[in-house]
Design a protein around this ligand. Sequence first.
Ligand code: B12
Length: 450
Amino acid sequence: MKVLLLSANTVREPYPVYPLGLDYVAGAIAADHAVQVLDMNQLPAGMDLETVISAFDPEIVGISLRNIDNTDITDPKGFIPAYRSLVDRVRRACGAPIVLGGSGFTIFPHEIMAALEADYGIAGEGERLALLLKALDRGDDPLTIPGVIGRNEGGQPFPAPFVGPVARRFDPGATYLDFYLRNGGMLNLQTKRGCPFRCIYCTYPRIEGRQMRCEAPEQIARIALGLQEAGAQYIFLTDSAFNADISHSLAVARALRGAGVAIPWGGFFAPTALPEGYFETLAACGLRHVEFGTEAFCDPVLTAYGKPFQTRHVVRAHEAAVAAGLHVAHYFLFGGPGETERTLIQSLERIDKLQKCVLFLFAGMRIYPHTELYRLALQQGQLDEGQCILAPVFYRPPGLDITQAIEKVTDHARARDNWVVGAGGETVVKIMARMYRRGFSGPLWEYLIR
Ligand code: B12
């Protein structure tokens, strides 16, 4: 079959993100189908979407929906209307069935199917597109495939994790690659799937499963070398938390160094108890930056959030990362269950003591389906059973006025150059674009470190 895969993501905040998910989807079907990948960030030179579609004449169009919104209560942006226009354009250009997928889609499969009126959707891992294509080819019912849903609520939206080979197809000749190389030079790399943690607000275990499935370090290093040879100047590891499996993370780091990967890399980490010398070893293998998903700086709140660490672990992990010479950032998410004015002030005062880092601060916890937070919000009468929360709904902690909390955080941040409230907005996008044009690469927040 002729399959067109389309990345719909044109978000520039904090910087453009290479459409990694489609490399895996393409890898799963390329042996048996003719695949063309398009990226709405950069279409082939001199062509618009309609021209590419009519030239390729696809029999199936798969659309990757990574983001739903920016999850920023202070400057909210939603992407569903733009996705709807994209689907309409594809419909006008060809009669091929449309299949939706991606992390954003996986969180709200039925709601997004209804909003976009696509033909099929695959919640979870897109490797299952191979099964969907086979079923369509044979005239079998695709809705019996785990994860596949149809237009009218049929199917099984939440499958067990995909079992079977996963193969990334990275194409160094892709027309859109140059866009990412020019805008920060950052490409991305997945070393495992699954998140074992139980943070009450988080979608990751729903998107990737809870069971960690690790890729062989040598295979990861081969892919990383390919990214480097294609011109990447920085690699972002997309794992939910790179250190969730300590020994695998160390093996990956050593494999990267052993394979000759010389470009720097970074990713998300949990500030959990770590073995002595952990960050030194990673730094010696090329780790340049650490983004800690810290979220709160007060033990009762960390416990209420279901985080797998306490403040003493945060302090130790922070100091170890700084001592290893790494660029360090922490994400904070204020205003969840257990947060009061007192805990907020306590967290802000403690954050002030964190040296040599950047702080990304969000106030307002978005409620996602199938999370502990969702159940709590229902119980507390903040949501009605069956209420659609595709348009963001934020949790209201009983002990705190969230508007005042935002003001407090914003006021506190105003006097501090290394505190960034929310996603940073257009100002950040503009500054980053200017720096990328001047040849800077990577996430760039390191220039804010104080
Ligand atoms: C790493 C990451 C980041 C990094 C990315 C760095 C980089 N250079 O890649 C950073 C920190 C920059 C980032 C930023 C943002 N992120 Co982010 N990010 C993630 C994370 C943890 C992993 C994404 C990833 O690459 N996964 C690995 C790839 C291989 O998986 P995948 O893309 O999901 O693809 C698989 C399936 O989804 C499926 N699939 C994908 N496409 C298709 C297409 C079809 C047709 C099919 C059938 C299947 C399919 O198959 C693939 C293989 O199995 C996810 C959470 C998660 N665990 O998924 C959040 C996540 C995607 N991010 C999210 C958000 C909101 C953002 C921001 C908007 C935040 C902000 N306010 O700035 C920005 C947007 C950036 C941008 N330009 O798009 C949300 C999106 C949901 C939502 N509410 O919209 C997520 C889901 C986290 C969450 N809150 O739940 N992010």
